[in-house]
Design a protein around this ligand. Structure first.
Ligand code: MTE
Length: 335
């Protein structure tokens, strides 16, 4: 578990992106030579022994061993350049820990992420409270390198580690009435200063939702890791949603409840500004936010004189995989 200074992560806690990338190249090379047969070996090379003295986020022991069994050969991953770890874990939106991009890194370091229980409820034959470990362990962890496009206009490429949400839903045995999935973040104002703030426009806890076919789509994962290691608190540890073809606000963090429902659930941003943030929130360069264009994005890292502006793609570049989910829908109406 990270115990850092209040205002910054010690550099020793961070796996430099260059080391991570070198290691991936090395692993890819070995695999190409037939040197690695089992996919489980891949993430094992990212543990502390491989970092020549570098310290990394540890997380609970069960997660460390699950990470060692993970595989990183997904055809659903992009091969675009990774956003450096310092930005993925230092430029965050997690309003429970403040509204500034650096606030989550600053204020989430003592957030207690283990033990962690998740309730699965609603339209399922097997409602239950699970220890996170029991929810994750039946599946193999997979690395998925996804683009993430924030509705604010910046984007990253992030190597998540997680499991398909479909695995969890199938095990709960949805009934025929299950049409939507609702997700709820922890409510704990003692630990989350943003939930105590009188400036917040969000009615806590943070809530999100997906339609059932979106939730069951193979691209949709529940992440528990990042860059081959445990998910840092500021990125939504220990358990967050990642839906890469939707704006980042759909990817709700630090989830304690998954509720299957017959009706469309309320979502936090839709409740707080319904004309700006819809339920679907599919990345769409043709439908502008009322206050800014969504045609382009700033791919981080981005500097003043080298802003790295690129075109935003429909469904964030995942149209081939997901556009069929919305056939016949007016995406201007269902933004
Ligand atoms: N989940 C919770 N519980 N609270 C939040 O404020 N912010 C969302 C999303 N999930 C948010 C959240 C937004 S706006 C974005 S862009 C992504 O998390 C950012 O994820 P990251 O900080 O890991 O990049």
């Amino acid at each position: 578990m990270l115990i850092g200074k209040k205002n910054s992560i010690p550099s020793s806690e961070i796996t430099p992106e260059s080391i991570y990338r070198q290691r991936r190249q090395f692993i890819k090379g070995l695999a190409a030579m037939g040197g690695l047969a089992a996919s489980g070996q891949l993430l094992a090379l990212t543990d502390q022994h491989d970092l020549a003295g570098e310290r990394i986020y540890s997380g609970p022991e069960w997660l460390q061993s699950a990470l060692k069994q993970g595989r990183s050969d997904s055809r659903l991953s992009t091969d675009e350049s990774l956003t450096p770890y310092r930005l993925v874990s230092g430029h965050n939106n997690f309003y429970e820990f403040g509204m500034g991009k650096g606030d989550p890194l600053r204020y989430a370091q003592r957030f207690k992420t283990d033990p962690w229980r998740v309730e699965i409820s609603g339209e399922v034959n097997k409602p239950a409270h699970y220890e996170l470990e029991d929810l994750i362990k039946p599946s193999q962890l997979e690395e998925r390198i996804y683009r993430m496009r924030c509705v604010e206009g910046w984007s990253m490429v992030i190597p998540w580690v997680g499991i398909p949400l479909a695995d969890i839903i199938k095990r709960a045995e949805p009934t025929s009435k299950a049409k939507y999935v609702e997700f709820v973040t922890l409510l704990d104002p003692d630990q989350m200063p943003g939930q105590r703030s009188s400036f917040s426009t969000i009615d806590w806890p943070y809530r999100e939702g997906l339609r059932m076919d979106e939730a069951m789509h193979p691209l949709t994962i529940m992440a528990v890791g990042l860059y081959g290691n445990s998910l840092p608190p500021q990125n939504g540890a220990p358990f967050r949603l990642v839906v890469p073809w939707k704006y980042g606000f759909k990817s709700i963090k630090s989830i304690v409840a998954i509720n299957l429902r017959e009706t469309m659930p309320d979502t936090s941003w839709n409740l707080s500004a319904p004309h700006e943030y819809g339920f679907y929130a599919n990345v769409n360069p043709q439908v502008d936010h009322p206050r800014w264009s969504q045609a382009t994005e700033r791919r981080l890292p981005s500097q003043l004189f080298n802003p790295n502006i690129i075109d935003t793609l429909p469904f964030n570049g995942y149209a081939e995989e997901v556009a069929h989910l919305y056939t016949g829908m007016d995406l201007r109406k269902w933004y």
